[in-house]
Design a protein around this ligand. Sequence first.
Ligand code: IPE
Ligand code: IPE
Ligand code: MG
Length: 225
Amino acid sequence: MKQALHVAIIMDGNGRWAEKRGEKRVKGHEQGAKVVREITEYCAAHKEIERLTLYAFSTENWKRPRLEVEFLMKLLEKYLKNELEVYIKNNIRFEPIGDTRAFSASLQKLIKEVKQKTAHCDGLVQSLALNYGSHDEILRAVNKLRDEKKDITNEMLSNALDCKHQVDVMIRTGGDHRISNFLLWQISYAELFFTDTLWPDFSTKELKNIMEEFTKRERRFGGLN
Ligand code: IPE
Ligand code: IPE
Ligand code: MG
């Protein structure tokens, strides 16, 4: 298998997973966070995967009921506090993407701290997309570059984005076939996988199957073979 793959996942279906069980939506988020750890550890142990970028909270998710948003913020805080040890143990570098300035000061501090404390790790890079939207990311990049005197190149724009790396494998769980404003620039030639599995039911076994299927796909990048 080609080395240094970038896998991105739209982790969808938490709410429906909980509702199916007669539970509150937030139960699904809680279970979903456990799956994040499992999948991250799996990727860390599989050296052909270099990057794992996970859609955790979109710029549009603020539209949800206040209580759900608050729960997600608390869950993120809890997850990051617990995860620091797991990141270090597995040599995982945490590189969040998205505009985290919208978060509380304490959450911003925690995000920065986990980033700094894992900066030396040179195994898997796990990027959580936090208050992330592709349009927002591209606009922030363009605004960073707007005083350039020369024409903006592909490389300049790529490097001004939060996520500077093209995606190889894009997975969406939860049964919907859409991208929901995730990594639009970076998925130009990604192989897309959609599964009906709700995120809390997603497993390393299913990821393994997808990665196997990926190796069978012929990527032509506009060429002939
Ligand atoms: C994805 O699950 C997690 C977030 C967007 C935070 P959802 O919460 O969107 O779950 P469904 O799609 O409503 O089932
Ligand atoms: C996408 O899921 C965002 C995340 C997984 C964080 P949504 O549930 O927000 O997407 P839509 O609304 O179904 O497009
Ligand atoms: Mg959803």
